[in-house]
Design a protein around this ligand. Structure first.
Ligand SMILES: NC(=O)c1ccc[n+]([C@@H]2O[C@H](COP(=O)([O-])OP(=O)(O)OC[C@H]3O[C@@H](n4cnc5c(N)ncnc54)[C@H](O)[C@@H]3O)[C@@H](O)[C@H]2O)c1
Ligand SMILES: O=C(O)[C@H](O)CO
Length: 326
């Protein structure tokens, strides 16, 4: 008999077929209030779980006594209680690497769009202002040959450093818990403490995961240490920034602008002050959202689940100590 699994995301047809060949699949397009009771019911027999989003916490795991593996279609896994999964011998699989270059493109895009005010000036044309002359009030700020400070020099941080150094001639500073010799050597990047990075960077770019250590790592005190001309970019996770403090800093000119792909609450509430500020570029969590990369992530997650339930895990496991035990 094929193992029972629960799918909670729509997959491309060929990948859905691949899942069906290996497993008995109960599928939901997404997790919502409407689908949640049936989802919980299906979890009771499920050995595998695959999808993205949602909170997979201890209470939910308690409803899934047969679960052996969960495969998230994302590299970030802050929505999972990893300790509880490990305690229950449930493997957690994720999709690193396949999205790295695309997310670095998004970060570079946010830097350019924010510094050169592209969305704001697009709206200016559409509002019929191009008969007025374009003056200094509309000028942006250069990106090339400036200093970028990268928080987190992992896969995405490295891909951003590559673009910044080779493509834009930028000086690269970074802050991580331990220096990254490859970044130093390849991109002449300089490891520094957070305060130095904040004080010296023209662009502060967040590529950090959300953990108890990174939660609100950027608050009022840190924003105060940035240059008045600096731009803050976040494509890590929203809660790494204290959003209320950021809104205040954008309003009172503590920093120049921000480019945000992630938020404390997603979807961003309609009444958020971020919607009203001209010096913010907003993106709806599209870091990895290209046709090619979203397919690659889904394919990686399907292969991850097959490997996890077949006992052939070689990579992409968040808690590999369990795979060894199996
Ligand atoms: N916006 C998006 O759509 C999108 C897409 C992909 C990933 N992400 C986010 O980006 C994150 C990073 O992805 P990655 O593949 O580069 O991961 P990674 O594990 O390769 O890199 C994370 C880096 O952060 C550093 N780090 C972790 N905790 C730290 C701390 N307390 N202080 C300083 N540095 C710390 C690590 O040392 C590492 O250098 C993901 O966890 C996810 O949250 C967002
Ligand atoms: O972590 C990731 O892969 C992205 O944020 C998509 O959820």
């Amino acid at each position: 008999m094929k193992p029972a699994i629960v799918l909670y995301k729509t997959l491309p047809a060929d990948l859905r077929q691949k899942l069906d060949e290996h497993f008995s699949v109960t599928a939901f397009d997404e997790l919502s209030h409407q689908t949640f009771p049936a989802f919980l019911q299906a979890l009771k027999n499920a050995e595998g779980l695959i999808g993205s989003g949602g909170r997979i916490d201890a209470d939910l795991l308690a409803q899934a006594p047969k679960l052996r593996a969960a495969s998230t279609i994302s590299v970030g896994y802050d929505n999972f209680d990893v300790d509880e999964m490990t305690r229950r011998n449930v493997l957690l699989m994720h999709t690193p690497t396949v999205l790295t270059e695309t997310v670095a493109d998004t970060l570079m895009g946010l830097m350019l769009a924010t510094a050169r005010r592209i969305p704001e000036l697009d709206a200016w044309i559409r509002d019929g202002h191009w008969n007025d002359s374009l003056g200094a009030d509309h000028y942006g700020t250069d990106v090339h040959h400036k200093t970028v400070g990268i928080l987190g020099m992992g896969r995405i941080g490295m891909a951003l450093a590559q673009r910044a150094h080779f493509g834009f001639g930028m000086k690269v500073l970074y802050n991580t818990r331990t220096p990254n010799p490859e970044a130093n050597q390849k991109y002449q990047a300089q490891h520094c403490d957070l305060d130095t990075l904040l004080a010296q960077s023209d662009f502060v770019c967040i590529t950090l995961p959300l953990t108890s250590q990174t939660h609100h790592m950027i608050g009022r005190a840190q924003l105060d240490k940035m240059k008045k001309s600096a731009i803050l970019i976040n494509a890590g996770r929203g809660p790494v920034i204290d959003e209320d403090a950021l809104i205040e800093a954008l309003k009172d000119g503590t920093i120049l602008a921000a480019g945000l792909d992630v938020f404390e609450r997603e979807p961003l509430p309609h009444d958020s002050d971020l919607m009203k500020l001209k010096n913010v570029v907003l993106a709806p969590h599209i870091g990895s959202a290209t046709h090619e990369t979203r397919y690659g992530m889904a394919e990686c997650a399907v292969d991850n689940l097959i490997a996890a339930l077949n006992g052939t895990v070689k990579e992409n496991c968040v808690n590999p100590q369990i795979a060894v035990k199996n």
